[in-house]
Design a binder for this molecule. Structure first.
Ligand SMILES: [Zn+2]
Length: 326
């Protein structure tokens, strides 16, 4: 059985607004986006286990059978709601009587199980068999920038990696956790979209902008400062930013570099032949996103591959389908 559902994420991303014209950026940075655009996203879920298998799993996990759940009907949900009333309230900083952080974590897990897993049992049992995400997401490791939270990605919807400053190293920089995950997502899972999400006040980008010389920022440096070595992957974005924004304050330069590094990462994605090939055949789209948590806004755009100029030195990019959610 193949189910098509419209996810919470797709409803966020699916604004029925007209497309705006593509814009080629002669220079390599831009300031603000305007205009609305979007595209429909639907999910074709994988083939599910048959009912016998599902009930077998239920028994192993002490879950109610389908028949039991159907018999109880709405009262089943009411009972669960009553049992879990208030369990998902609060946050890690305000434990409010819970013995410890893991006590709260346990409550949250049980709330997820009862409020979501059991209520969407067939869906989650299907996910237990296979994943078929439409998105590969690369976001900053910053605790304030959780894509599943701010964009509503549900289990099974996004293959995700998070690193300092949401950087994608170019292929020439060698193997990394990031490109290993990319290879699996693109060649095995065959995701249709890669979304690189940056954010305001990124400490990783600030570190990059603060590094003083090439030796300090080089990814080939023998320094044991792992942070410097990693954020050095954004060196090209830093050079472009500082060359174009000498008149701006350091903080303003950081804001520019936060966006510039996203676009540099999108260009770096094209240095991997198995990504470039799928983008060229229009099987894969590359997107940028910028979350400003100071005013809770989100900018989204898509790399216009046909209008990009990708080469070893002096690459330029073009974007399309810009959207600003506020
Ligand atoms: Zn960050």
């Amino acid at each position: 059985m193949v189910w098509s559902i419209r996810s919470r994420a797709s409803s966020l991303l699916c604004a029925n607004a007209p497309l705006v014209a593509s814009h080629v950026y002669e220079s390599w940075w831009f300031s603000r986006f305007s205009g609305l655009t979007g595209s429909s996203l639907t999910r074709a879920w994988p083939k599910f286990m048959d009912l016998i298998q599902i009930d077998r799993c239920r028994a192993a996990a002490s879950l109610p059978s389908i028949k039991e759940k159907q018999t109880e009907g709405p009262s089943y949900c009411v009972r669960l709601d009553r049992e879990n009333k208030g369990l998902d309230e609060g946050n890690m900083a305000e434990t409010d009587g819970y013995q410890n952080l893991f006590g709260l974590m346990k409550q949250r897990f049980m709330s997820f199980k009862n409020q979501k897993y059991i209520k969407e049992l067939e869906h989650f049992q299907g996910l237990a068999e296979v994943q078929s995400p439409k998105f590969m997401v690369i976001a900053c490791a910053d605790s304030r920038v959780c894509p599943s939270n701010i964009l509503g990605f549900q289990p099974g919807e996004a293959f995700m990696i998070r690193n300092i400053a949401n950087l994608v190293p170019p292929m020439k920089n060698g193997p990394s956790e990031c490109n290993a995950a990319l290879q699996f997502a693109v060649t095995t899972l065959q995701v249709e979209n890669i979304l690189v999400i940056g954010h305001s006040s990124c400490a990783g980008i600030e570190t990059l902008m603060n590094m003083q010389d090439d030796a300090e920022s080089s990814v080939h440096s023998s320094s044991r400062n792992f942070i410097h070595k990693w954020v050095g992957n954004g060196e090209l974005a830093k050079l472009k930013t500082t060359a174009a924004t000498a008149h701006l304050s350091f903080d303003q330069q950081c804001r520019v570099c936060e966006k510039e590094s996203i676009n540099q990462s999108l260009l770096n994605l094209l240095s991997y032949p198995w990504i470039e090939d799928r983008v060229r055949r229009e099987l894969l789209s590359l997107h940028g996103g910028y979350y400003n948590f100071s005013n809770c806004s989100f900018e989204k755009w898509t790399l216009d591959f046909k209008r990009c100029n990708v080469k070893e030195e002096g690459s330029s990019y073009a974007v399309k389908e810009q959207d600003f959610w506020c």
